[in-house]
Ligand binder design. Sequence first.
Ligand code: FAD
Ligand code: NAD
Length: 462
Amino acid sequence: MPDFDLIVIGAGPGGYVAAIRAAQLGLTVACVEKEDVLGGTCVRVGCIPSKVLLESSERFVMARDHLAEHGVVVGDVTLDLGAMMERKDAVVKSNTDGVAYLFKKHGIERFTGVGELRGRGHVVVHGADGEEQELHAEHVILATGSRVASLQGVEVDGERVITSDHAIALQEVPKHLVVIGAGVIGLELGSVWARLGAKVTVLEYLDRVLPTMDEEISREAKKVFTRQGLDIRTGVAVTGTKRTKQGVTVSVAEGDAVKADVVLLATGRAPNTEGLGLEAAGVATDAKGFVTVDERFTTSLDGVYAIGDLIHGPMLAHKAEDDGVAVVERIVTGHGHVDYDLVPNVVYTEPEIASVGATEEQLKESGVPYRKGVFPYQANGRARAIGATDGKVKLLAHKETDRLLGAHIIGARAGDLIAELVAALAFHASSEDVARLSHAHPTLAEVVKEAALAVDGRALHI
Ligand code: FAD
Ligand code: NAD
């Protein structure tokens, strides 16, 4: 007899949500996690700590540079980095404790150690003390997530050449931080340290920042971040780093090397499969190391499933959570599905950047006829009131049917505004549907409504 109905390996947003949903549906569940705390990359060293530091550093800049415009005079504003980091750690702890509480509430049995798959329904837990524990279950979900991908010639030492794991815990503000990669991590954590006083240079291999985003939005983003003081150099391929007495030298394919005090490697993440025993157990991976699954999240080994950053699709916490729910519902009810075309993408910089659905480039490439509606924050009363006039909402709708196909926002609270458009796309709404909805005044959501009106050339406030 198996010990459990389900064993989940990994307690990130994919694994812990899968465990909770399985318990809700009446399964007996074990979850194996190698770290002492639950929550995975997202809670420990990803989404949560980075968002705490983005918020704190934004408040620092607000107090230092902008409160006086509101007639609020605070005198000299100084940084207490230690206190900022303590608060970040406390928020992370409240979240990891929260997951532990949920495990208790749902009767999920937790095993601390490295999980290794030994075949269908068979997992060995390697404890820190060298002890091994055998677990058996009918189903096994692999949810071991991802780690920072290495870059040839760049040796991470955690001190001068760092990853996001270290960049959320620096003890002092570097004089000159060079970021390799103008993707999400590069721009979010580059913004944090620039706001706290570092000179920040971002070196990006491609010709624009956030290369997977809609091009018009990514060009606007570069302008705004450059205005904020980030030195963004595109079309620059980093070939290596070398430690010197004073710091680090970053060599690039063409042109002069760049000198830095600290270098942040932010060129992507890779699936965590090391030590999982996949090959021996007969679980196939693709050329990039991602576990291959079918539409039921089943791997090449029956009864073994994989989700989250470990498989294809955007490496996002909410996508991992959606995978977690869908795989368990598939196992228990036979149904469960994730629409990967409707997973929103949010960059939590200032301003925020958010998108869902097709980009303008994708529509052009696939020959889909479309109309475009764009509305600037500048023309919105609430944006003026809160002093957040940078940015725009851009909507793309089918030229003949008016069905919304894509939504792209750069501007304050873009990450919250995108939710309306995810719903609109999911329910196959037209731009006219959104334009006819009552949007409270004065809110930033009115920029969305005006962009929807603009698709038909009838925006009211411009
Ligand atoms: P993970 O969260 O990586 O969890 C996997 C877990 O498995 C880990 O706890 C790991 O310790 C454990 N594990 C690994 N191997 C084993 C093993 N053999 N045995 C036992 N346990 C094992 N996404 C967003 O949506 N929004 C954001 O704002 C955001 N910000 C981010 C900021 C940073 C700096 C980073 C690095 C990532 C960010 N992400 C964000 C991405 C997000 O963190 C990931 O997409 C998400 O955590 C993936 O969830 P997961 O459950 O698949 O894997
Ligand atoms: P990324 O894929 O977003 O960006 C990596 C960037 O590095 C790309 O723009 C790429 O062109 C560039 N690059 C690659 N090789 C280079 C080289 N040799 N020299 C210069 N530039 C080079 O990866 P990331 O920023 O490391 O983030 C990893 C993952 O974490 C992403 O998939 C993202 O989804 C997730 N994440 C999400 C959030 C969020 O949702 N807000 C925040 C952080 C991380």
